[in-house]
Each structure stands twice: as C-alpha cells, then as structure tokens.
Design a protein around this ligand. Structure first.
Ligand SMILES: [Fe+2]
Length: 246
C-alpha cells in the first residue's frame, strides 16, 4: 500500500492544490491526514471540502481545528494565530464546521500497522521538539511506526536498541528505508505552513511493501495564498511568513 501522509494544511488551498496535482500522477492507495485543516490561511472552506473529497482512510484533529470549534482555549495562541482563529470562525460554513467536529482525536492505529497523532501519542497537543520528547513518545507507541504533525518540521526519530536519535530532513527530496528492529516516529512536515525555512509544501509517501518513506517538497502558488490572506485583512505577517517558510 502507498499512503500519502499529510498534515497541517492550515487553510492554504494553493499548497493543497500542489499536493493534489502531484498525487493525481502517482499511485496513492490511501490518504492519511494528521490534523490542522484550518487556521492561518484564507481558504478554510475549500480546504475542508477538498480533503473530504479525497475520502481519507484516517483523519484526526489538530489544535487549530479544535480552537475554531471552540473546544480548545486560544489563550496559548499567539496574537496572529488567534486573529486567524476568530476570522475562521466567522468565515466557516456550517457544514464545514460540522466536518471539523467529526474529526477524531489521536492517536489512532491505521490498518493495524502504524499510529497517527497530531502532537504526541500521549497528548494530542504536545510538541515533539527533540529527542527527549521523542523518547517519551516512543514509550506510548504500540506499533513500530508512528506519524505525527504539529511542529511543521519534517523529521525522523528512531529508537534503536533503546537509543533515540532525531534527524531533520533538509532539502527537497529525502527517502528513508525502514529497518527491522528499529522504531520510528516520523513527521511529514506541513502542507500549508512550513516552518523549516523551506517555503515549499511538505508531505510524505509511506510505501508499506517497499518499507520506504519518501519526503516531498513542492513549489506552489505562494503569491496567490498571500493575496487571499491580505484581501481578507488577516494579519500581514501570516502572508509574509509563507515566503520564508517560518
Ligand atoms: Fe499546525
């Protein structure tokens, strides 16, 4: 099976469109989404509709999805993130709000073979930002492979003979081969809000037969995303950061 694993679209329709165009030309058996459909970007409705149309095999909620629903406090959100949540609450169509409300809480096990969560397997809102965090997360992993989002950094953590090691996947084309006896926690990066100083949209394809995970980075129409953000009078910093991947 080839699973397209994607996360953190954050209402960025142009970035999502680049991913969809790519997926049309490749064999993808299933789409698996790790949370944060909305927040930051100016196309929450179109993003939800397009992702739903893919009929993902599994889809879980992110903290921004919960915040738009009013199920999570936005006290921890910085002012520009909070502004985007307030705007999204006003813009979002009822049916799309309902779609958000049906997103499940992570972690989930997919096809009895891999785990997905938004933040960490022990707390959906926790950020895995280093080997110490990853070591704790591995203790909660029930299967040898897990995918997570939330940090917006493409990253691979391995646990080999009890030793945890993290690797940042720099550049635009990376592939890893999954080894037997090694446990993995993998972040595919963010579709719509990359934060690793690479503005390209990020996602990964897990091939369960070949035992590989390939990380992709694609250019997309950043200018159009920015124009929409500015035309809706969302904070200009939300548009600016897309050019830099920060
Ligand atoms: Fe996010």
């Amino acid at each position: 099976m080839r699973y397209l694993i994607f996360s953190d679209i954050h209402g960025n329709l142009e970035a999502l469109n680049a991913l969809l165009k790519f997926a049309q030309k490749r064999r993808v058996d299933h789409f698996v989404f790790l949370g944060d459909l909305v927040g930051y970007g100016a196309s929450p409705n179109e993003t939800i509709q397009k992702v739903q149309a893919l009929k993902p095999l599994a889809m879980i909620r992110g903290n921004h999805d919960k915040a738009v629903l009013g199920r999570d406090s936005i006290e921890t959100f910085n002012p520009i993130a909070a502004a985007a949540i307030y705007w999204t609450r006003k813009e979002i169509a009822r049916k799309n709000l309902e779609a958000l409300s049906h997103l499940r809480r992570g972690p989930q096990i997919v096809h009895s073979s891999f785990m997905i969560c938004h933040g960490a397997p022990f707390d959906e809102d926790y950020y895995i930002f280093g080997e110490f965090d990853a070591a704790e997360a591995f203790d909660y992993l029930e299967v040898p492979l897990g995918f997570f989002g939330h940090t917006h950094f493409p990253f691979v953590y391995t646990r080999r003979d009890g030793a945890v090691e993290g690797t940042f996947l720099e550049g635009n084309a990376n592939e890893i081969k999954l080894e037997k006896g090694v446990t993995y926690l993998i972040n595919p990066g963010s579709v719509g809000q990359p934060r690793d100083r690479n503005p390209r949209t990020a996602f990964a394809i897990y091939d369960s037969e070949a035992r590989t995970v390939k990380f992709h980075r694609l250019e997309y129409d950043i200018e159009q995303s920015q124009k929409k953000i500015l035309s809706h009078k969302l904070p200009a910093a939300l548009a600016e950061r897309l050019s830099h991947g920060i």
